[in-house]
Design a protein around this ligand. Structure first.
Ligand code: PKZ
Length: 182
């Protein structure tokens, strides 16, 4: 199937909109996960979302340096937030590739700029650069993801049967006009 340009949903949040927590216990963005990433995201121009998080001591692999898997998690979250919020369709990560280009020290802020690259049927292609300490800082990590659109029953069948109500609760706290139906 041919890849087509990704077209943001007509009701996608506008450029400049801050994206809230999609689930309080999410390791990537949740505010009830003490050691989590607390990633914060804002919609950018076009098909982009800008996210950032501060690397803390809870995120170490080697002494004083972020764990690579943890950085991959940050990109999973940033790419997933881009897909979910711009397309407003439920999707899960099928494939995630990361290139680690520079070490990321504890105390750094990682600035992640993600772009929706295209869709092919249920497949969504998305990529991102992560820069150190400034939006125009040196690239530390690059990632490419393939997300696959799923029905909402993916979350209730395989996860918590009350998943949809938990998502809705988070959505109500973020945007009153949010409707989780795709
Ligand atoms: C409603 C509004 C929402 C609002 C929202 C708000 C914000 C929201 C923020 C969320 C931010 C969280 C970000 C974290 C996101 C996770 O971390 S999700 C958790 C990690 N991922 C998973 O657990 C997924 C586990 N895997 C699966 O459940 C299934 O394998 C999948 C991915 C659903 C696919 O299974 P399937 O539905 O049976 O589909 P299948 O036919 O196998 O694959 C479909 C297509 O994808 C391709 N494909 C699948 N996997 C791969 C792969 N690994 N490599 C290459 N191609 C693949 C297949 O080849 C196939 O291609 P075509 O034949 O169509 O060309």
């Amino acid at each position: 199937m041919e890849t087509e340009p990704a077209v943001p949903h007509h009701n996608a949040p506008a450029a400049g909109s801050k994206l809230g927590v999609h689930y309080a216990q999410c390791f990537g963005c949740g505010d009830e996960q003490e050691a989590g990433l607390h990633l914060q995201s804002t919609v950018g121009e076009g098909r982009t979302v800008h996210s950032q998080f501060t690397v803390t001591e809870a995120h170490q692999g080697a002494p004083g340096l972020a764990h690579g898997g943890l950085l991959a998690c940050a990109f999973d979250e940033a790419l997933g937030a881009t897909v979910g919020n711009l397309l407003r369709k439920p999707a899960v990560t099928g494939r995630l590739e990361t290139d680690f280009r520079r070490p990321v020290p504890v105390g750094s802020i990682l600035y992640i700029a993600a772009t929706l690259d295209g869709t092919a049927g249920r497949k969504i292609y998305v990529s991102a650069d992560g820069r150190l300490d400034a939006e125009d800082g040196p690239i530390a990590v690059r990632a490419r993801g393939l997300f696959v659109m799923v029905g909402l029953e993916h979350f209730t069948t395989h996860g918590d049967p009350e998943a949809l109500e938990k998502f809705r609760e988070a959505a109500r706290n973020n945007r009153e006009d949010w409707n989780i139906n795709p």
